[in-house]
Design a protein around this ligand. Sequence first.
Ligand code: AGP
Length: 605
Amino acid sequence: MCGIIGYTGSQDSVPILLRGLTALEYRGYDSAGLAVLNEYGQIDLVKKKGRIAELQKALTDICVSGHTGIAHTRWATHGQPSDVNSHPHMDISNRFAIVHNGIIENYLMLKQALMNEGVLFRSQTDTEVIVHLIAKFYMGDLKAAVRAALKQLKGSFALLVLCADNPSSIVCAAKDNPLIIGEGEGENFIASDIPALLEHTKKIYRLADAETAEVTPDGIEIFGADGQRIQKAAQLVDWDVNAAKLEGNESFMLKEIREIPAALANTLARYTGKSNPLLTIDKKAFQNIDKIVIVACGTAYHAGLVGKYAIEKLVRLPVQVEIASEFRYGNPIVDARTLCVAISQSGETADTIAAVKEAKARGCVTLAVANVVGSSITYAADYSIPTLAGPEIAVASTKAYNSQLMALYCLCAHIAKVRGTLDKTALRAFYAGLKRLPALAKKLTEGDGGLIKLAASLKNEHSIFFLGRGLDYYVAMESSLKLKEISYIHCEAYAAGELKHGTLALVEEGTAVIVLLTERAIAEKTLNAVSEVKARRARVIAVAPKALDLTGAPIDKIVRIPDCPDLFAPVLSIIPCQKLAYYTARARGFDADKPRNLAKSVTVE
Ligand code: AGP
């Protein structure tokens, strides 16, 4: 949830920390701060409530510099956004400073015990207990003190620690939260995510659970849970340095919508080439199963529903799609004959990773579908396959969703091939249909398609309903999430046939209802629901393929999408809904890239 960056080297750390925070701001933006070891061997601390711009403003009035520093941009979990609750946190003697991402579940007990020992707390955060524990255990060896403190903690953390006694060293630790060390020339970097490192280095080391490290300008030492030094192979990041930059676009979300065609093409190319990752997976993982469970959250969950539909249609294997946070505590009925597929753009979503671990513990084979190479979920699962959407910075997921659908279609075709439910001719036709999608998507991602005007007419709505049946219902769910999470208008997605069983009571004159109408075989049924809401004088907007004749249908506005096989329509029908969400948020004056209360990577429960 939070963004963490550290630097140690020959440059002044402050500008590097600030640029790193800006690259990580999508991970949380309630407050920001930094701590720097100055030339006198003291730690200078500056932290402010609000966006990083507030921190930058505060730094113009004071001179802070030093070659080693840590910084943090916060998504508040414990303690309201405020200056004092911002990170970094320091001990009473101002000898240590820490930044933390995660949740310390037993912090109240630890805080009480420390207060009983006379420790004075400044903030309401869980994080502050960590720095006081380190101060308590410190006998001159910072790594040992950090390890001793970590042993007291229950919960999750990615942690950077500064100590005034160690002028060029940063000690770091990770458990159930991402922490990446970037290796430079005579300087080194640490961050919670790759975009903050890209301008400096592409050579990275990911800390695994319970590992710690000491980073200095000339060295990166990584230690296992037992404190013994370990050798870890570096990974090379294959993202372009500009991929995580705005590059002149008005926002990341709009840039990433425009990147959907390339994301689809790149993902499909991977699964239809010699480096198809599915070919590396033991066929038994797809043969010796009697069901599939898909676990995911939010947008990834909605992608999983489309995957369910495709696999059940073409493989005739039962597929359950579970919200990861429900699955992990739901005593799920899964076993060695269940394939568990976990979908996650960030690969760091705590609930989804925990669901994978729960499925593994119950004997399932686990397969992660992730957009970030080397992310935590790819280590948690038995197998992992990528989406190739490139870095997605906007909190509202768009190109990653479309790429998840593409990867799931390819997974479906692969399973159908392995289990013999699709012959070569059918498979050829299937892939031919997928190959047309990037070009068809491009027709929708360019220009605004009259959606800016439509958004202006929706911007004052108090609530908006999305309807659909079958695949259209799943796209309605994703469209509803997109619109609500960035425009803050209440939205609900409903199965078209379900509306009359209660929610129709909410529909009155002028209520905006957006209907997904791409499944031509059942379009007439969905039109019944349209007539029902129209009879209550609702305003009806439909998203439909060009070939669907809607003459005489009681629809006020039709947004057309190119024709394609019904099964693939979600890849296209979501695009006008993504754009409508964006333009509505913009019309309401909101920052679509950084919606309130949210963060890009939900690394806490
Ligand atoms: C979607 O726009 C949201 N950002 C959110 O629902 C997101 O999809 C969810 O948190 C899952 O994230 P993940 O794909 O990184 O696991």
